[in-house]
Write a protein that binds this ligand. Structure first.
Ligand code: VOV
Length: 250
């Protein structure tokens, strides 16, 4: 049996994708729409307190294309916290104007492929590692999310490669990624046992074109070229209360 990579886990993650029901939104009167937006803003205003208390982080982006209209990405200490958040949204007067589009449940994950090995230290006490496991989501202009698997086919089975080979392959993956330092920030969340794919990939960038450049370059790297399997891609733009209200103005 091949040796499993050791993983460190941080905050639980929920990507909550919603679509707007333009028919009911445009049919509502000004008063109904104002109440709905007030309750939505009150819900969103709570996120900054959670982030300041270092108990989680949330981000809010519009989605381009027909898969969804916006996504709320939440990182929190527990699955219960995530459950409370989606329920709190569902209770707002804004929620009836939306429909559920897609969701993804996972947990921020770091694996030991690139670490030097066990040096006796508790990795959770390392501030660099802690900051990656419990990150404040960047308020970058764009987001890109997609789920992925590592292949388990007879000829190409990631899970049957030995640790040394996987380390070697992941080293090259990391090298490509490092070429995008300062341009793309990645948050890898593990979802084995939680959702339909093995990982969620969330990328943040000021320039959306860098998503295409990075994902394309990685397609030629063996980890992705041979072993990567990908789900649907969601790409979007940073939202603020002002830009969301602007988008909803009728
Ligand atoms: C933005 C750049 C970037 C950088 C620097 C980077 C680096 C690294 C390192 C150093 C490591 C290993 C240690 C760890 O940190 O866990 C990883 C791990 C991982 N990655 Fe990555 N990755 C990037 C970016 C990046 C992208 C764009 C993708 C999607 C692949 C694609 O083809 O679309 C990806 C996937 C993953 C996955 C699924 C894992 C977990 C694999 C596992 O088997 O456990 N990743 N990744």
């Amino acid at each position: 049996m091949s040796e499993a990579a050791l993983t460190l886990e941080g905050w639980y993650a929920l990507h909550d994708f919603r679509s707007l029901n333009w028919t009911t939104w445009t049919a509502a009167d000004d008063e109904e729409r104002a109440v709905a937006l007030d309750e939505l803003n009150a819900f969103i205003d709570e996120w900054s307190g959670v982030e300041e208390a270092k108990l989680g982080s949330s981000a809010w982006y519009s989605i381009v294309g027909q898969k969804a209209d916006f996504v709320m990405m939440h990182l929190r200490e527990s699955l219960e916290d995530l459950n409370k958040l989606e329920t709190a949204f569902n209770k707002t007067a804004f929620a009836p104007f939306t429909t559920k589009a897609y969701s993804y449940v996972s947990i921020v994950e770091l694996s030991n492929y690139n670490s030097g090995g066990d040096n006796g230290e508790d990795p959770m006490q390392n501030p660099h590692i802690a900051a990656r496991l419990k990150p404040a989501l960047p308020k970058a202009r764009h987001i890109c999310f997609y789920p992925m698997n590592k292949k388990r086919e007879l000829a190409d089975n990631w899970y049957m490669l030995d640790m040394a080979k996987r380390k070697e392959l992941m080293y090259s993956h990391g090298l490509i990624g490092r070429g995008y330092a300062g341009k793309v920030k990645q948050i890898i969340t593990g979802s084995v046992g939680f959702d339909d794919w093995e990982w969620g990939v969330t990328l943040f960038a000021e320039d959306a074109l860098q998503f295409k450049k990075l994902v394309y370059e990685m397609r030629f790297d063996e980890v992705s070229a041979r072993y990567g399997e990908f789900g649907s891609f969601y790409v979007g733009n940073l939202l603020t209360s002002e830009s969301f209200e602007e988008m909803l103005k009728v």
